[in-house]
Design a binder for this molecule. Structure first.
Ligand SMILES: *Cc1c(COP(=O)(O)O)cnc(C)c1O
Length: 378
């Protein structure tokens, strides 16, 4: 057990006061290289692609928050995903959940498939007849944009029965380690787009992963350096700063999202609402088991079809029409037409009447009033 609780770790893990100046905030080490006293004699840093102290602080912080031993930061969530996919070899197969972040589907289909990987997307992993043991199982939970849940512990123990045991990577972007800690449930990699809740203020693009196995960490750290998609020190600083308030923000995001989901459930212009924490969600038991609360994302199907959805997202005042999610401000979008166009006409295609909300931390009443106004005007 770590010495400190999550909220304390969020602020302190990896961030001792600077030894040379006493600066309380981790300095932005804006340098590409480090002096060596003699050849090969240095303070642990040589060249900033390999390691930079601001990045080291972020990596240590993330490892602590995920209950892991190692953290690796990347220039974007997709760069982190790319590093994981680089572990595979031609002929290997991936078993991924269906309903994935559009960019993850795109990199698997349009970048990696050509190198001889077999990729299957299934919604029921455990009920699946395996032809071949996958090398990698890719889980996203809650999924983007349908907010479907997968039982991480159950999938990991199923994977334990396979030989050789597949690697399990969980895209933990939507939940964040505050809500859900995949490594503690048996996964090998917990991956993030830090662009979203970890950064939390829509001002930085970044990615990361947390790991527990030293060999796997070593291999991925090699890939991080060899491929070179690393974040700059200012970006690392912004994410570290964002993480300090992660617990507070996630509580408020979830409280607001829950209120929005309940409001939508009662609205006659809404056909269906997707929110992990909703009492009426058939998967709410999974949410209770592995998530601290239902998170800040809500999706719903507008009764007016694609045109109704289009009018709606253009009628809100507070909810800003934009891609991305996880910032303090509320955002609204139509996945089929914006974030998930790469899945159009594929089995992963999304209903164009589906609207995705990233519920911010504004006053809940103002958010409900904004949605009500948009329903009236659309
Ligand atoms: C945004 C996102 C990504 C990709 O991250 P970038 O930082 O945009 O590269 C991956 N997974 C999920 C679930 C996301 O929401």
């Amino acid at each position: 057990m770590p010495k400190w609780k999550f909220d304390t770790l969020a602020i302190h893990a990896g961030q001792d006061a600077d030894t040379t100046t006493g600066a309380v905030m981790t300095p932005i080490y804006q340098t590409s290289t480090f002096r060596q006293r003699a050849v090969g004699e240095h303070l642990g840093y040589e060249y900033a692609r390999t390691a930079n102290p601001t990045r080291t602080a972020l990596e240590a912080n993330l490892a602590a928050l995920e209950g892991g031993r190692f953290g690796l930061a990347f220039a974007s969530g997709m760069a982190a995903t790319d590093a994981v996919l680089h572990l595979l070899e031609p002929g290997d197969s991936i078993l991924a959940v269906s309903d994935l972040y559009g960019g993850t589907y795109r990199i698997m289909e349009q970048v990696y498939r050509q190198y001889g990987l077999e990729i299957d997307y299934v919604s029921d992993l455990l009920g699946m007849q395996l032809v071949k043991t996958p090398r990698l199982i890719w889980i996203e939970t809650p999924t983007n944009p349908m907010l479907r849940l997968y039982d991480i512990e159950q999938i990991c123990s199923w994977a334990d029965s396979l030989s050789p045991r597949p690697l399990i990577c969980v895209d933990n972007t939507f939940a964040t380690p505050y809500l859900q800690q995949p490594l503690l449930l048996g996964a090998d990699i917990s991956l993030h787009s830090t662009t979203k809740y970890l950064g939390g203020h829509s001002d930085v693009v970044g990615g990361a992963m947390a790991l527990k196995d030293p060999e796997l960490a070593e291999r991925l750290s090699f890939l991080q350096n060899a491929v070179g998609a690393v974040p700059g020190p200012l970006d690392c600083f912004l994410i570290l700063r964002g993480i300090k308030t992660l617990p507070l923000r996630m509580e408020r995001h979830a409280a607001n999202a829950h209120a929005v989901a309940q409001y939508l459930t009662r609205h006659e212009q809404v056909l269906q609402v997707f929110y992990p924490g909703l009492e009426t969600n058939p998967q709410v038991e999974i949410a209770r088991r592995q998530m601290r609360n239902g998170g800040g994302m809500v999706s719903f199907i507008h009764a007016g079809g694609e045109s109704g959805a289009r009018k709606f997202v253009e009628s809100t005042e507070l909810f800003t029409l934009a891609e991305s999610l996880g910032g303090v401000e509320s955002l609204i979008e139509i996945p089929a037409l914006m974030t998930h166009t790469s899945t159009t006409q594929t089995p992963l295609a999304v209903d164009p009447a589906l609207i995705r909300l990233s519920v911010g931390i504004e006053a809940a009443d103002d958010l409900l009033q904004d949605l009500e106004g948009a329903f009236r005007g659309s």
